[in-house]
Structure formats: C-alpha cells, structure tokens
Design a protein around this ligand. Structure first.
Ligand code: NAP
Ligand code: MG
Length: 505
C-alpha cells in the first residue's frame, strides 16, 4: 500500500488509487498494513485500495476522539464558530460537488440523478445544522420559591457512527453533522462495500477546520471494528443505520456500558392508493417510491395496496411505466435504475422473488437478473412487480431491499389500515387520495415514522426521519436529533437571602 505522504488535504484529488483511514486529523495506514479493494457494482471493476481498520485502529480512533472531547477545544468553541465550520464543510462539498457525485456513483452503482440528489442533501444537512445549532439551548424553568432552575445541553461525548452501503455519503452526513454541531467527537465506520465518500467527508471536515480527533473515519469489517466500537467503554453513544437484525445485536452489546443508542433500521413500507386518487400521479409516485435508488432504500414503498375499483387501470399503467425504466450505466443521465450493490445482494433479491413464485404469486414484469451489453460484470436486476400475494408470504413480510414491489388489492379503508400496520416494521408509508379528510384519518392511524400524502419524497433537512416498531428509534435529519447527541443538565440554584437549613438543626 502506498505510504502516506505529508500532503495538505486540499491538494488531493478525490478520485485516487489509495484511500487511508482518518485518525486524529491525519491520513494513516492501518496498523497491520491491511487493505481491501472497493468495486464498482455496475462494472465489477476494482476502483481503489482502501486501508482496512482493525481493532487496533479502532482503539486509536476512539482514544483520539476521547482526547479531543475531554481535552480539546471543539466543544468549547463559541457556537457561532462551530456553525461557521459546518458551513465551510458544506461550501467545500459544493465546490467539489461533481467529484463527490462521480465517486459515489462509482462506489455504489447508483444512478446519476440519485447520487446528485443525495450529495446535495448531504451538503444541505451541514447547512441545516449550521443554522439549527445556533438555536439549540436549554430552558429556564419556573420553580417555586427562591430557586432558579435552568437546563443546559451538553454534548454526549464520543459517538460511534455506523453507516450502511445504500446511501454512503448521505447517511454519514446525517450522523456527522448533528454530532459535531453540538460538540461531540465521532468515529465513523463506513460500510465495507462503499467506504470512499465517507473517507472524503472526513478529509473535508479537517480541511474546513474541524480540529484533530473530532472526526475519525475507519472503514473495516462490521463484525470486527463495528463490534469493537459498540462495546468500547470510552464510547458514549452509538448511532447505527443498517439492518434490523444487526441493530438488535448492537442494542444488546451497547447495553453492557449503557450507551445511548439511535437505530435507523429496515422497512417494508406500505403505499396505499385509494379509488379517489389521481391515478396517474399515484402511478408515477409509486414508481419512484419503489425503484428509486434501485429499491435499495430503507423507506422504499415495497408493499403496494391498490383499491379494487382502480386496480386494473393502475396495474396496467404501472406496468407500462415500469417497463420503460432505463437500467444502465449509472453515469448516464437517462438511467433511472442503477446497479445492485453486490452479487450477494442480488442473490438475496432473487431468492425472495423465487420464494414468492413458489408461494403462488404472479410476476407481472421483471423477476430476474438483467444482462446489460457492455456491463456484463455488473449486478443488475429487472424492476419487478409481483401480484397475487398475501400477508403470509415471505416476500410480503420481509425487507427485500431491491427493485421489487408486491401489489395487493383492497376494498375498504379500515381493511387497508389493518393490512398496512400488519408488519414488524414502521418506517415510511404513502397515501394517495384526493379526500383530505381520508388522508388525515389514515395518516393518523398508520404506525410509521413518515407518512407521504400524494407525495413520493420522504427526506428533507429539518423533517424528522426514523421509524416506529422494529424500524428503530430516534429521529435524524431534524432539530430533535440534536437532543439525541446531547445530555440535558439541570442546574438548580438558590438565590434567597436566608440560608437554607432543611434539617433545621
Ligand atoms: P447492515 O448489514 O446491517 O450493515 C450496516 C453497517 O453495520 C455496515 O457498516 C456494517 O459493516 C456494519 N455492521 C455489520 N455487522 C456489525 C456488527 N456486528 N456490529 C456493528 N456494526 C456492524 O446493513 P446494510 O446491508 O449495509 O444496509 C442495508 C440496511 O440498512 C437495510 O436493512 C436498510 O433498510 C437499512 N437502512 C435503514 C435506513 C434508515 O434510515 N432507517 C437508511 C438506510 C438503510 P460492513 O458493511 O463492513 O459489514
Ligand atoms: Mg464499492
């Protein structure tokens, strides 16, 4: 592996052959010199060599973060100064927008438009928290007598932040921005499949003036580095985005040191189209709801319920448009649906489709791996619509995490609310209706953290994002996230003129 030369972060090209760990404000090799290769899922080609963190590196990163938190100046900066640094991070990202987009595409196989939207949102997250942090403060309480009580918000400490592969940069931004805004130090573990843009984010933070040790980035295996961070007694909080089984495992391990935990987990989000909906708008929104980001989206609307009165019309239009979706080179702006992240994931998706067929379902379109000319070594799956399904089937109950939607027919509102809530998950949901009363009624009864009404979009800086039930807990992307990275301290002071003598002795 190339040795790290003393180089200022600004001089570096974003696209390069070797990427390093970021520990204590420096680019470093891993202690044992190990590396791994990251691949382009659209071509199967190796993109870069990445330093692979082990427990030793995780230990170094935690100590650097601890030191920065306990003895460093970041948390004591005036809030305006931290805010300025967050804005600087955003402005560097803006200046290097195209490079970040290209690298995100190469590492994850997502389409150009998806990558553009996500990189833009990562930038806006930093801008959002740069503003939000200025207004984040404790409260003054009314207590009786000559007492004065106020609360302060103090940063929770060292945060381990574990990132999934489906939104590599955006998920890193969702976590790093609020944490450093309040003065925490972070150790970020990107997903092994997509480490590059999180490493770049770390470099950009340092370039923008975040002091050494505050942001550390250590790509490495979840089972080794992730576990180590989650159990480390010097880590105060773990924020995890990923699958529900690993989220449960993390919560259990984190309990040993009673860490604060935020979990953003899987989903199987319902998408309900009533008979009074604008059918064309519902078709377009449902198409985006499931096939955006190649269906590899936690809030993908993967259970579609269509009212029986409009079912045939909807399915006909929905199928026609699904067949029009362009799979292909993710760098082309015509491409709607990018690559599947890995061969393993493709096999998981195909396994679910096969299980649905065995259970008696009907494949309306898609249902198999796609072969693309010139991209034979990439991982591609045809956008897939499955009908004739019911709630006993695995493909209806479990998260597929690919471009596959199951469609069911319903006849009344009560019935469909019951079906929508018949899931262990509760992340996203969507309702298509022109009846405002119905929209409000149904939205109130859906057990999910997000309800989209006649709308395909779910994530905006400032809008709380997170799940009910086994989709996790804690909200990201919003003001209340700041509370999840802080402790509230109550300060009670007495200002009376007579000394207090509660025992009266
Ligand atoms: P995953 O397999 O759970 O992995 C997520 C992260 O956890 C990766 O960085 C992984 O590292 C790490 N990890 C694995 N085992 C670990 C362990 N024992 N201890 C600590 N960390 C560990 O999930 P994924 O397949 O990357 O992502 C897809 C999942 O994320 C889906 O279920 C999706 O719904 C969910 N997701 C949820 C949201 C949300 O906001 N609710 C957003 C996006 C994605 P390695 O990759 O190196 O193994
Ligand atoms: Mg990759």
């Amino acid at each position: 592996m190339a040795t790290v030369k003393e180089q200022s972060f600004e001089q570096l090209e974003m696209k390069r052959e070797v990427y390093h760990l970021i520990i204590n404000g420096k680019r470093v090799n891993s202690e044992n010199g190990e590396t791994f290769t990251t691949y382009n899922p659209a071509t199967g080609e190796a993109i870069a060599t990445v330093a692979k963190a082990s427990k030793e590196d995780a230990e170094k990163a935690v100590l650097a973060a601890r030191n920065a938190f306990d003895f460093g100046k970041w948390r004591h900066f005036p809030v305006n100064k931290r805010s300025r640094v967050l804005n600087k991070i955003a402005s560097i990202m803006r200046a290097r927008f195209n490079e970040l987009v290209e690298l995100e595409i190469l590492d994850s196989g997502k389409s150009l438009s998806a990558a553009q939207g996500q990189v833009m949102q990562a930038i806006e997250d930093f801008e959002f928290y740069a503003g939000a942090i200025v207004g984040h403060r404790g409260v003054v309480n009314n207590v009786p007598g000559a007492f004065h009580n106020y609360t302060e918000k103090e940063p929770v400490g060292v945060c381990a932040q574990i990132i999934p592969w489906n939104y590599p940069l955006m998920m890193a931004a969702w976590k790093v921005a609020p944490a450093i805004a309040v003065g925490c130090s972070v150790v970020v573990k990107p997903a092994t499949l997509t480490p590059l843009t999180a490493i770049l984010l770390g470099e950009i933070c340092i370039e923008a003036g975040v002091p050494e040790g505050v942001v550390n980035i250590i790509p490495g295996a979840g089972s080794e580095v992730g576990n180590y961070l989650v159990e480390h007694e010097k880590v105060d909080k773990v924020a995890f985005t990923g699958s529900t089984p690993i989220g449960k495992n993390i919560m259990e391990r984190a309990s040993k040191t009673l860490k604060r935990v935020t979990l953003e987990l899987g989903g199987k989000s319902p998408n309900i189209v009533f008979n009074d909906a604008d059918v064309d708008a519902a078709v377009d929104g449902s198409l985006f709801g499931i096939f955006y980001n190649t269906g590899q989206s936690c809030e993908a609307r993967s259970r579609l319920y269509v009212h029986e009165d409009i079912y045939d019309e909807f399915i006909e239009k929905f199928t026609l448009k699904t067949k029009k979706l362009v799979l292909g080179n993710p760098l082309n702006k015509e491409t709607h649906v990018g690559a599947i992240i890995s061969r393993d994931q493709l096999e998981v998706i195909d396994g679910y489709v096969k299980s649905a067929i065995e259970d008696g379902a009907t494949i309306v379109t898609g249902g198999k791996e796609a072969k693309l000319d010139g991209l034979e070594n990439g991982h591609w799956y045809e956008p897939t619509i499955i009908t004739n399904v019911n709630h006993d089937m695995k493909a209806v109950r479990e998260e597929i995490f690919g471009p596959v939607v199951v469609v069911m027919k319903f006849s009344d509102e009560k019935e469909v609310i019951k079906l929508a809530n018949d899931s262990e998950f509760g992340l996203g949901s969507a309702i298509w209706t022109k009846d405002h009363g119905r929209a409000t009624r149904v939205a109130n009864q859906i057990q999910a953290g997000i309800v989209m009404v006649n709308c395909p979009f779910s994530a905006f800086p400032g809008t709380p994002f997170g799940g009910y039930k086994q989709s996790g807990f804690g909200r990201e992307l919003c003001i209340e996230t700041l509370d999840l990275y802080t402790e509230t301290k109550s300060i009670i002071s007495y200002y009376g003129s007579r000394p207090l003598n509660p025992f009266g002795v």
